[in-house]
Design a binder for this molecule. Structure first.
Ligand SMILES: Cc1ncc(C[n+]2csc(CCOP(=O)(O)OP(=O)(O)O)c2C)c(N)n1
Ligand SMILES: [Mg+2]
Length: 499
């Protein structure tokens, strides 16, 4: 039903609002590197950072420029972003505070997990703060962002609060996803998660950029993924469509050097992820320097807004913690490596520069740290006081999109239950609004007819009512009283479900 109605509406607007988008598409540069407007001949020397006499103003909001290191970028068919970053005292202090806030919040989550108050998945981003913060400061709330599952920092930057994020991790009703999403599934305005399936968010982000182009919104989508996703086919399919249609998207590989415990060298035949767009210009950025990230994303946003199409960015960064809380993070990397990376810490390196430049003093930095610590402590305490969700089945159905079927869903479930009861089968069934889990046993000599009727009904649900997933575990008790999965019958079940 769902797919049928989608087909109909998609056909209608072609002649209307679709038009500007089609016109723009015809401007796209198709697989021809010479045609990229700002493409740079790779042989030409890269413009280096000009010399600067740093002038920091007393006033908080008076703009001035600060330098970033010459090795901040590597380019691929693209001129580098500015090595002088225009900013203000207020912004520099805010960059420092934002990174410190993410760090503190992550450390608090670490503690709550170890106290067994947070259960399940929990992926921390300590070490990677400069990426989330640098990106956010180059955007407005009209720009969109989507990332993978290491998402706490991005959620905070996009508008979440410490309280709502920690509340979510604790599974509380007032968490940012009402306690139903946990670490990997957090969302807020202009932030599309928080996605647990590696690589799957990249095509989604491409669709978001398509929507921006379609709606003539002069904004950009930041489409992030990990090095562990970078070799997936859907990533390259997304690159192709984005270039073909000239979409305003900055793909960004957060290269923290490991996908779980596998180093990039063991996973990728070519680890220069910024060149992986082939026909899309690319940029490798020192992702441990928030100012380099800021400069790069501001530049990329202008590039996309000028109608030049996508970019492929690579943020070189490092995660201090293990992949998730169950990984101590030391089996596949040495303590020396960790120590070396920590010496390059994004927060302390910014602090040092801000002190050197006279933006703030050591004392000012300490008082920011103190304020951040007490803010996180207060908000964690508030989150811990948030109510648990009621244990009512209705709560399962709230906030879950199941098309227009919400009202009839419980009726359908009741019908399946009725069928099962009549069949005399022992069964267990769980239903969540988007999926039905069915566990049943078939005894010897009993006909499989009842099971196939149930599966037939499930099949109808999938195709006509938009229920995307039916999970079955049907076991047969054999004559020797051993229980075994109904493998033979499973085949026909799968066939039925596939049709
Ligand atoms: C499609 C899919 N395959 C496998 C997994 C299991 N998995 C979870 S995280 C991960 C590694 C991803 O590494 P990376 O993209 O580098 O992200 P990072 O953890 O470094 O932030 C894998 C393989 C998954 N979630 N989805
Ligand atoms: Mg990684």
């Amino acid at each position: 039903m769902l797919s049928r109605s989608l087909k109909l509406t998609a056909a209608v607007p072609l002649a209307g609002p679709m038009l500007p988008c089609i016109c723009r598409r015809s401007l796209a540069h198709v697989a021809n590197l010479e045609d990229i407007p700002t493409a740079r001949d790779i042989q030409k020397p890269i413009a280096r950072r000009p010399m600067l006499t740093l002038k920091v103003f007393k006033e908080d909001d008076k703009p001035f420029s600060v330098p970033i290191a010459e090795d901040s970028f590597d380019t691929y068919h693209l001129d580098p972003p500015p090595y002088l970053v225009e900013t203000t005292k207020r912004e520099l202090k805010q960059l420092y505070r934002d990174m410190s806030l993410i760090r503190r919040m992550e450390l608090a989550a670490d503690g709550l997990y170890k106290d067994r108050k947070i259960r399940g998945f929990c992926h921390l981003s300590t070490g990677q703060e400069a990426v989330a913060v640098g990106i956010e400061h180059a955007l407005t709330k009209h720009d969109k962002l989507i990332t993978a599952y290491r998402s706490h920092g991005f959620t905070l930057m996009r508008g979440g609060t410490v309280k709502s994020i920690i509340g979510e991790l604790l599974g509380r009703r007032d968490g940012i996803s009402y306690g139903k999403g946990g670490s990997m599934h957090m969302f807020c305005e202009s932030f599309f998660g928080g996605n647990g399936i590696v690589g799957a968010s990249v095509p989604l982000g491409t669709g978001i950029a398509f929507a921006q182009q379609y709606n003539d919104a002069n904004n950009v989508t930041i489409n992030l993924y990990g090095d562990g996703a970078a070799n997936q086919g859907q990533v390259f399919e997304s690159f192709n469509m984005a270039k073909l249609w000239n979409l305003p998207v900055i793909f960004g590989c957060e290269n923290n050097k490991y996908g779980m415990g596998t180093s990039v060298e063991r996973a990728s035949a070519m680890t220069e992820y910024y060149k992986r767009g082939q026909f899309i210009p690319g940029l490798r950025i020192n992702g441990m320097d928030v100012l380099a990230v800021l400069s790069a994303v501001r530049y990329g946003k202008k590039f996309a807004q000028a109608g030049n199409g996508p970019l492929v960015y690579e943020y070189l960064t490092y995660r201090y913690a293990g992949h998730s809380m169950s990984d101590p993070g030391i089996a596949y990397r040495s303590r020396e490596e960790l120590k070396e990376q920590r010496a390059n810490d994004p927060i302390s390196s910014l602090k040092q520069r801000l002190i050197e430049w006279g933006v703030f003093s050591e004392e000012d930095a300490k008082s920011i740290d103190k304020e951040v610590r007490s803010k996180v402590n207060d908000e964690v305490a508030e989150a811990e006081k948030m109510p648990e969700p009621d244990t009512k089945p209705d709560i399962l159905f709230e906030d879950i999109y199941i098309g227009s079927q919400n009202a009839s869903f419980s009726k359908q479930i009741a019908e399946i239950q009725d069928l099962l009861q009549k069949s005399g089968l022992k069964y267990q069934m769980t239903a969540t609004g988007t999926a039905v889990g069915l566990f049943t046993q078939v005894g010897p000599g009993r006909s499989c007819l009842a099971v196939s009727r149930v599966i037939g009904y499930a099949h109808t649900l999938i195709h006509q009512e938009g229920i995307p997933r039916i999970q079955t575990d049907i076991r047969m008790t054999t004559r020797t009283d051993k229980e075994q999965p109904m493998e033979g019958s499973m085949l026909s079940v799968e066939r039925m479900l596939a049709t």
